[in-house]
Design a protein around this ligand. Sequence first.
Ligand code: HPA
Ligand code: ZN
Length: 332
Amino acid sequence: MKQFIQNLPKAELHLHIEGTLEPELMFKLAKKNHVVLPYNSIEEVRQAYHFTSLQSFLDIYYKGAAVLIEASDFYDLTLAYLKKCHEQNIVHTEIFFDPQTHTDRGIAFETVVTGISEALEEAKRRYNISSFLIMSFLRHLSQGAAFETLEASLPFKDKIKGVGLDSSELGNPPSKFKEVFQKAKEEGYELVAHAGEEGDSRYIWEAIELLDVRRIDHGIRCEEDEKLVAYLQKTQLPLTVCPLSNVKLKAVKEMGYHNILKLLHRGLLVTVNSDDPAYFGGYLNENLEAVATSLQATKEEILQLVENGFRASFLSNHEINKQKAYFASMRS
Ligand code: HPA
Ligand code: ZN
């Protein structure tokens, strides 16, 4: 199964670039940029990665991101992830970044976008990996701050495919960002939002009905509402599920209880993704392997989950059809 997963060409749709910061690069950049970390060693960093909730993770994740200062830091971070994609046979990736995590520390929007984009271009040349960039608004901040971020993004519209919504979900429902998502849509951005990770099914409905998103990130709590499951089945609105993340952040008790295959069998367009792989103990292949091992997924189920990654992507219909034909050939 491990080899089967490795060999499949894959797409990743839910990946925070700041969440790919491995402790080794964190220390290297801290030293170069004279940033003081609250850890003495790489081992100490890894020991801090025991999370009890989404918030307990975010507190540590934002501290780590403070080592990113220059465009070359964002370039190195992104290229390291894309090298990993190449090793794991990920041929297409749609990457989140959190502009406000950096602009609030005095780093220019341009520095962040330039560093990331140059690495994406290099990976296209070097590994033939295609990619899109999605900027996420931090939902614990105000809608006004999101509007400022949207404004700052406009000169770089050619480099950014869409907008998303992440950070602390509970108490920050999608309705808080209705107007800024409307404006982002008018600007031509694709829309996605994290919902139903810790928040209940009402957060998912709000993301659909008030924000008009094209995908739901996580969405695993949809199961609590039969009407919502039926809606997701009928519309094939995708869920970008992150199994290792859900277990690490205690959204799911253990992998054996994860509902991803249940949702797949109910006909939902579910995909597998790594979220913040440097923090959650695995990249995309490890997430697929965890599903295969703990939930006894068959090769056909893995094939369907991986094919769904392309179907749910923002690739052109032409590209998606090419991938569908490849997966059909795998089955015959
Ligand atoms: N949820 C919310 N915010 C995040 C996440 C997540 O899984 N990862 C990085 N920021
Ligand atoms: Zn996420």
